[in-house]
Design a protein around this ligand. Structure first.
Ligand SMILES: NC(=O)C1=CN([C@@H]2O[C@H](COP(=O)(O)OP(=O)(O)OC[C@H]3O[C@@H](n4cnc5c(N)ncnc54)[C@H](OP(=O)(O)O)[C@@H]3O)[C@@H](O)[C@H]2O)C=CC1
Ligand SMILES: Cc1cn([C@H]2C[C@H](O)[C@@H](COP(=O)(O)OP(=O)(O)O[C@H]3O[C@@H](C)C(=O)[C@@H](O)[C@H]3O)O2)c(=O)[nH]c1=O
Ligand SMILES: [Mg+2]
Length: 298
């Protein structure tokens, strides 16, 4: 199977480049050769590669910057996605695409199910929602995974931000009223590969059905709880890590003003993924422990 992977330098894309290897030949063009800010160039790229599977891990993920760059964010997260999806349809390829908890407004009391009402609060969320809709509208075979609070040993993420700030400051202030589940990029990539393997069998047997699935770490916490776990695990597993931080103050979102409004509830119900693919990500703290252990081996 020939696989076109976008965003291979990102958190999820980096892990996918490894997880997808056993499934076929992974073609992962550099950004210059696959620029989602230029959607009009993508059909020719897909024609040239002629993949059976397209995995789109590229995205505009700067949530606050998107408020002042909504057109660019939407071009990358929706218009380019529409082009990739139409090209997948033309080639009879399966498209795997990722979306976000930020399509929701966070007002629900429990964990969000796939068919719950969407109502993004920010520009990034609006663009990602438009991306989901573009995939649906294209009529291509697809799997959309809505994930959340992604971190990895590399890339720009909350884990790495906390380790950096924790080395610089004695006190940090972190919001405690936004709840969700940290999700390790490696778990996303491995679950994607397993789901794709099943989808490939289903397609060969003519019984594949496209769908959208929530894919997030198990359990829940707040950003504050995530930060405390990061420092506890780093103290335990990274003796070399310089950590000055002595206190992580729990604050409300109002005390940490940002250009983009974030949902207070990011919890994603995992049952649909388990029912369809028999997959469930581990408790978020277990995954975080493994990721942090790995940081110590570098
Ligand atoms: N990060 C998170 O917390 C969450 C992410 N998601 C979704 O998961 C998916 C993967 O995200 P994640 O791995 O965290 O993202 P990252 O920000 O870590 O990586 C984004 C990737 O997209 C690439 N990219 C950005 N702009 C363009 C462009 N114009 N053309 C081509 N490539 C581009 C980046 O390239 P370069 O390295 O050159 O910048 C990078 O490879 C995305 O769909 C995202 O929306 C969903 C929920 C949470
Ligand atoms: C650095 C820092 C952040 N925060 C808050 C801000 C925010 O509410 C929360 C997390 O900060 P971030 O900038 O990592 O959040 P953000 O970039 O919004 O993370 C989101 O990224 C996109 C791509 C998604 O799809 C979402 O699922 C989510 O992971 O922590 C503090 O309270 N104190 C701090 O010192
Ligand atoms: Mg961010």
């Amino acid at each position: 199977m020939k696989i076109l992977l976008t965003g291979a330098s990102g958190q999820v894309g980096w892990e996918l480049a490894r997880s997808l290897q056993p499934l076929g030949e992974v073609v992962a063009p550099a950004r210059a050769a696959c620029d989602l800010a230029r959607p009009e160039t993508l059909a020719a790229l897909v024609d040239r590669v002629a993949p059976q599977l397209i995995v789109n891990a590229a995205a505009y993920t700067a949530v606050d910057r998107a408020e002042s760059e909504e057109a660019l964010a939407t071009r990358v997260n929706a218009e380019a996605v529409a082009e990739l999806a139409r090209a997948a349809r033309r080639h009879g390829a399966l498209l795997v695409h990722y979306s976000t908890d930020y399509v929701f407004d966070g007002g629900k009391a429990g964990a969000y199910r796939e068919d719950d009402v969407v109502a993004p609060l920010n520009a990034y969320g609006r663009g990602k929602l438009a991306g989901e809709r573009a995939v649906l509208a294209s009529g291509c075979d697809h799997l959309i995974f809505r994930t959340t609070w992604v971190y990895a040993a590399r890339g720009a993420n909350f884990l790495r931000t906390m380790l950096r700030l924790g080395a610089e400051r004695e006190t940090l202030r972190v919001v405690a009223d936004q709840v969700g589940a940290p999700t390790w990029a490696r778990n996303i990539a491995d679950a994607t590969a397993l789901a794709v393997a099943q989808a490939r069998r289903e397609r060969a047997e003519g019984r594949f059905e496209s769908g959208l699935f929530h894919l997030a770490g198990g359990g829940e916490t707040s950003w504050h709880g995530f930060a405390e776990a990061i420092f506890a695990l780093a103290r335990e597993k990274l003796p070399e890590q310089p950590l000055k931080v002595a206190r992580v103050e729990a604050i409300g979102s109002a005390e940490y003003p940002t250009p983009a409004v974030r949902p207070l509830n990011s919890r994603l119900n995992q049952d649909a993924l388990a029912a369809r693919f028999g997959l469930r990500l581990p408790p978020w703290r277990d995954a975080l422990a493994r990721c942090i252990e790995e940081l110590g081996t570098r």
